[in-house]
Write a protein that binds this ligand. Structure first.
Ligand code: F6P
Length: 343
């Protein structure tokens, strides 16, 4: 059997652990693994490398992906799918493992359903926003990075009696903000699922000051929005912050508004891509390894159109159809826990 594997979309810690696990399982069965470079683009350009057991030695703790990645969308260009089928036939692939986020897994679902390509999906993203799995790998490492940053911001905020805003990633869901904020002891956490009232944010900050706590930490998700009743963003600011392809900037706008309304000195740290980098946590290494082993089992069993998933403590296969299409928003129970510590 010859299997293909590719990593597509934004990178995250743990991708190499999946690649290693698939190669280790396949080589134990004397099966070949071709690694296509830079996501679906590698399949389109026939850019690949043979992955061997020796070749994947030492990659488990490495961040990023040894295969490279891109946001190339095979469905955008009419010529992509015939070309991908041609490359597939050229290598006589028995199946393909796509390690991707929402967008890449939606493409995998379509290629499998509409073009009869034999694909198994593996969910990855720091955002933890994929339905069908309790957690994606990459998330735990990103949360540790945010927690560490919030811990560090505490000491400088306290020394300078400032409000510190930490803007984090997460796309349209508030998982990273809520988990990182709870773990770091943030005083206010703003997430896309709950549009915030600027008056309440300022009241909480003033209340903390009046109670003798002259510093505050706010964790804000990149897609958090002001409540429409109290929207302080201009049309231009809104358009710049909530761009479809690249979110970011709500922290700065929020800081300006807080200073204007409260006179409290406010500073912003946009954590950005450090959240995606670095060595995976032990949890992410284990989850990614378990996903890789399961993905290989699904391929061997010919269970196409499935995605590996964590359900409770078990790794299972779930239909790609059920896993993509809708984003997994922040769990309300988690938000209620976060709210207990506001102010
Ligand atoms: O999906 C992961 C993620 O890091 C999001 O949190 C963020 O909004 C986006 O990717 C950034 O994407 P890009 O790498 O294209 O700038």
């Amino acid at each position: 059997m010859r299997i293909g594997i590719l990593t597509a979309g934004g990178d995250c810690p743990g991708l190499n652990a999946v690649i290693r696990a698939v190669v280790r399982c396949a080589s134990a069965d004397n099966n070949e693994v071709l690694g296509f470079r830079n996501g679906y683009l590698g399949l389109f350009e026939n850019d690949f490398e043979l992955l061997t057991r020796v070749g994947v030695t030492g990659i488990l703790p490495r961040g990023g992906t040894i295969l490279g990645t891109s946001r190339f969308d095979p469905e955008k260009d009419e010529q992509s799918i015939p070309r991908i089928k041609e490359v597939w036939e050229m290598h006589r692939l028995s199946g393909l493992i796509v390690v991707g986020g929402e967008g890449s897994l939606s493409a995998a679902r379509d290629l499998c359903r509409d073009h009869a390509l034999q694909i198994v999906g593996v969910p990855k993203t720091i955002d933890n926003d994929i339905c069908g799995t309790d957690y994606t790998f990459g998330f735990d490492t990103a949360v540790s990075t945010v927690t560490d940053a919030v811990d560090r911001l505490h000491s400088t905020a306290e020394s300078h009696h400032r409000v510190m805003i930490c803007e984090v990633m997460g796309r349209h869901s508030g998982w990273i903000a809520a988990y990182g904020g709870i773990a770091g002891g943030a005083d206010i956490i703003l997430v896309p699922e709950h549009p915030f009232r600027i008056s309440r944010v300022c009241d909480l900050l003033k209340q903390r000051k009046d109670q003798g706590r002259a510093f505050s930490i706010i964790v804000v998700a990149e897609d958090a929005h002001p409540h429409p009743d109290e929207d302080f963003l201009t049309k231009e600011q809104g358009a710049a912050i909530y761009r479809h392809d690249r979110l970011g900037g709500i922290g700065e706008a929020l800081a300006d508004e807080i200073e204007r309304c409260t006179n409290l000195h406010t500073r912003v740290t946009k954590l950005g891509y450090v959240q995606r980098g670095g060595s995976p946590s032990a949890f992410d290494r284990i989850l990614a390894t378990r996903f890789g082993v399961k993905a290989y089992e699904l391929v061997r069993a010919g269970q196409w159109g499935q995605m590996t998933a964590l359900r409770g403590t078990r790794i299972v296969g779930v239909p790609l159809e059920a896993a993509v299409g809708e984003l997994k928003r922040l769990d309300e129970e988690i938000y209620r826990v976060a709210e207990v510590f506001f102010g």
